[in-house]
Structures are given as C-alpha cells and as structure tokens.
Design a protein around this ligand. Structure first.
Ligand code: SF4
Length: 329
C-alpha cells in the first residue's frame, strides 16, 4: 500500500498523502503507522527522497468513527476536522475542490495496493488475471453462515457458487443457502435461484441489479429471518445517517420502526406497500444503481434490504404480518 501511495503520488506530483482509517480500528492504524515509520527510516518517504528534490509525507489519520466518513467528501470534511458530513456535489468534486478546497485524489487502499503489482507484472500480465471484463483480483470478506468466513483475494470471474461453497467451505451445518449480500450492507441481495452461477464481475453483478461494492459478502442460511436481517441492516443505516437530508434521516428511521413492528408481530397489512412507498421517496423508481433524493448514497443504501425482501421474500414478510410474528419461530 505504501509503495502504491508513493508511485501514485509521484505520478500526480503530490507531496502530501493521508491514510484515513476508521476511528474504531486503532490496532490496524498502529500497524500502518509502524510500516510508514519504517518507510521514513529507509528513506522512501520524507524530504529529498534518495537525494532527489522530491518530498512526500504520509500521515495516518484516525477518522470520526462514522460509516459516512467513507463517502469521499464526508471523509475530506472529517480530515479537515469538521463533522463527517458529505458535501453537496457540485461544486465539491474532490479532484477539483477537495481537502482545504485543493485538488484531491481519493482512492480506496485496495486500489492503491494494486499499483505496484501492475507495474511489476506489466499491464498485460496483470490483465491476464481475472476476467476479460474485470481484470485483476478482488478482496472478498466473507462472513455469516459459512463454514470458513474470512478475507480471500481471488481473481474476478469465479462464480458465487465457487466463492460460497468451494472457497468459504459451504453453509454451516450443511444447511440450505437462503440469500447473500454480495457487496456490503448497501447492496441489494442475491438468492440462489437466480444468482448462484453468476460470474463475479462488476458488470455481471450490476446487470443482475446489485454491486460488488466493498466485497463484504454476508451469507444467510435457511434459518435466517429475512425481516429481522433487513431490520438490522436498516437500523445500521438509520444510526449512521448524518441527518442532513430529510428522506434519509426520517425515512430510514420510519423503515426501521415498521420492520421492527412486523418482526415483533404487530405488522399491518399495508406495511409492505408502506415500506416501498418510503423507499421510493428516498430512491425514486427503486432502480439499481439507485436514483437519490439525498446528498449521498447512504439513504438509498437503506432501501436495498427492503426491496430485496419485498422482491424475493414477500411471502415470508406477509406471513409475519398475518401470523403475528416470525414463521420461523
Ligand atoms: S443521505 Fe443520509 S448520510 Fe448521506 S448526506 Fe444525506 S442524511 Fe447524510
């Protein structure tokens, strides 16, 4: 990652770089700082690097402890010492007006970490990894009801079946797979009937109505109550909403409350349509990629579990309402 930062900085004539790490992750931050200290000691960073007139400083910054600081303009605000609230775009596209209103490049560390490998291997050999539509490797963080949860770096183009059953060992206690979230909590869910043999590329995932996003794959087995799972994801977004936009601030809270009452056995017959109506106010048309009535994509992210449940598990949702509680017990 540090080598990637150096190459990227030289290519862009940049002299200040920041590694922004969530405030809840002090141990990784200490490790990154240690590696940066070693790079300074070895002369790769600092003033007049290796006798040249090129200077580069890298600073580790522990963030504000909010999910929304992962949005690039929220991150920049946080880096400036302000609340991590996303900025309205335009004019705040970071490449034009970023940190301290100076041109700024914001990249994921996974992207930057690939740079030295592309240079060392050569573009053609790097392209030969993965899939013709989506070259190179991707980091999957597989969690949930699999036998082997973990972080796996794999070439694009394997299938979801291979990832969940071969790489992650299959479903715990050999139960049935019910659904999975393919790219972090924001992503619309996938189900085995439609998506298990889909190749994992960004394009194929987008065409199927979701995204690879952060690569955080959350697997749910047959014992999962999808209403409870959706409520849990929506609650997360409701909690993490920065509150600037009414559809996000109010809508995520309403959706959380409705899902909670359905899960608790007090659902109303109108609740499925009510959830979709609120969702449509946050993300008009309920399409993917989402349109938004909000400054940033967090609001529409909370819509994904709702549309997923109403699309693939409407019967289970209605059973909750008609039976006064979870049919799975
Ligand atoms: S969508 Fe939500 S998190 Fe994003 S800026 Fe608006 S209120 Fe904040």
């Amino acid at each position: 990652m540090i080598e990637g930062i150096i190459v990227t900085a030289v290519a862009n004539e940049v002299h200040e770089a920041f590694v922004y790490i969530r405030g809840e992750y002090p141990k990784p931050a200490r490790r990154v700082q240690q590696a940066i200290d070693e790079a300074y000691a070895a002369g790769y960073l600092g003033k007049g690097i290796f006798g040249t007139d090129y200077d580069l400083d890298v600073t580790v910054h522990l963030g504000g402890g909010a999910y929304i600081c992962g949005e690039e303009t929220g991150l920049i605000n946080s880096l400036e010492g302000k609340r991590g609230e996303p900025r309205i775009k335009p004019p705040y596209f970071p490449a034009a007006k970023g940190l301290y209103l100076m041109p700024t490049i914001v990249n994921n560390v996974e992207t930057v970490s690939n740079v030295p490998h592309i240079l060392a291997m050569g573009a053609d050999d790097y392209r030969a990894l993965g899939h013709a539509d989506d070259t190179g490797t991707f980091l999957f963080s597989v969690s949930g009801h699999v036998k082997g949860p973990g972080n796996y770096e794999l070439p694009h183009g394997i299938t979801w079946r291979e990832l969940i059953f071969d790489v992650a060992g299959g479903i715990r206690e050999d139960r049935e797979l019910k659904a999975w979230i393919p790219g972090g909590a924001s992503a619309p869910w996938f189900v085995p009937e439609h998506h298990l043999d889909l190749e994992i590329t960004k394009d194929a995932t987008a065409k199927a109505g979701s995204m690879l996003g952060s690569g955080a794959v959350i697997v749910m087995d047959e014992t999962t109550c999808v209403v409870k799972a959706a409520e849990r994801v929506v609650r997360f977004f409701s909690h993490e909403s920065c509150g600037q936009c009414t559809p996000c601030r109010e809508g995520t809270t309403w959706m959380e409350m409705i899902l909670r009452r359905v899960e608790d056995g007090f659902g109303r017959s109108v609740d499925a349509e009510l959830l979709l109506d609120i969702s449509d106010n946050i993300s008009p048309g309920l399409a993917w990629p989402p349109k938004q009535t909000t400054i940033c994509p967090l609001g529409p992210s909370a819509v994904s579990p709702v549309t997923s449940v109403t699309r693939y598990f409407r019967d289970e949702l209605m059973q909750h309402i008609e039976q006064g509680g979870c049919p799975l017990g």
